[in-house]
Design a protein around this ligand. Structure first.
Ligand code: NCD
Length: 304
């Protein structure tokens, strides 16, 4: 059974296959419009979401399938105290595949261990977000034409930002990729990500607090939101929330072919004035997210 809990479970070949399917969907979406006829996706979201849940659902509809949606914990039996394991066993009777988001790290893994259908992690706490990473990879691949030979700057909340952890794990497998990790000291990438991925694979990385100083080096700039919901006290959030605000002024020394990504939602990390800059890719990234989830559903359900 093809669960996807952590991006590390996918080999580089698996990722390439997903990218190839996505490129084919981009070329000829009609070819895929009946592939999931009669199949059901259940979206179980115990945390807020706009893009991830709706792109999974749009993806399933565009494949000709159907969707069962649980958009909040409050509206489900989780509010009565039901365990993740029991929920997963139950939903296995209703659907063919589950996409699950949960505030607790590891919850989708528990669901996968108890479900009899594939479970996709749609974000677990401050840990991982493999399908956002697949969207990010397709965006970089389409924009740059490659996933190797580049300097990627990740900026903002690198501690709690689960998309950052998964993206580092994915990009670290391509050759000659250098990481520049830009964050306040309190929001640095967790040491397990540095130890188990960057140091273990001997990958070049730099940690800095100064976005403007490194701007000229970057091929990709991945901005992130300070993750308010993961802070233990509001004071720290208020002190750190405006650490980085990307403005046209700050892009003055950037490369002309820089790609600016953001998993969204944006709070104020990127000035709206940048949205029309040709280097802004974050709304294309939303589109690629739906296409990549179509690719993943096809592969997980083995209906290619
Ligand atoms: C991200 C997430 O949920 O981790 N959003 C998303 O899925 N596109 C990023 C965020 O919430 O800041």
């Amino acid at each position: 059974m093809k669960h996807l809990i952590d991006i590390q479970e996918l080999s580089t070949n698996d990722i390439q296959e997903l990218l190839d399917i996505a490129e084919d969907i981009l070329k000829d979406p009609v070819k895929y419009s009946e592939k999931c006829r009669g199949k059901k996706l259940a979206t179980l979201f115990f945390e807020p979401s706009t893009r991830t849940r709706l792109s999974f659902e749009a993806a399933m509809y565009e494949l000709g399938g159907n969707v069962l949606s649980m958009a909040s914990a409050a509206s489900s039996s989780a509010a009565k105290g039901e365990s993740i394991a029991d929920t997963a066993k139950t939903i296995s009777n209703y659907a063919d595949i589950i996409a699950m988001r949960h505030p607790k790290e590891g919850a989708p893994l528990v669901a996968a261990m108890n479900a009899t259908i594939p479970v996709i992690n749609a974000g677990d706490g401050g840990h991982n977000h493999p399908t956002q990473t697949l969207a990010d990879l397709l965006t970089i691949y389409c924009e740059k034409g490659r996933l190797d030979n580049m300097t990627i700057g990740l900026c903002g909340d690198l501690k709690f930002g689960r998309t950052v952890h998964s993206l580092i794990a994915a990009m670290a497998r391509y050759s000659n990729v250098k990481f520049i990790l830009i964050s306040p000291v309190e929001l640095k990438v967790p040491s397990y990500v540095k130890k188990d991925i960057l140091q273990q694979k001997n990958i070049e990385y730099v940690q800095t607090t100064d976005l403007e100083a490194v701007m000229p080096e970057l091929d990709v700039l991945y901005m992130t939101r300070v993750q308010k919901e993961r802070f233990f006290n509001e004071e720290d959030y208020l002190r750190l929330k405006d650490s980085y605000i990307l403005t046209p002024e700050k892009l003055k020394n950037a490369k002309s072919d820089l790609s600016i990504l953001h998993p969204l939602p944006r709070v104020n990390e990127i000035a709206v004035a940048i949205d029309n800059d040709p280097r802004a890719c974050y709304f294309k990234q939303v589109y690629y997210g739906k296409i990549m989830r179509m690719s993943l559903i096809l592969k997980a359900l083995e209906v290619l």
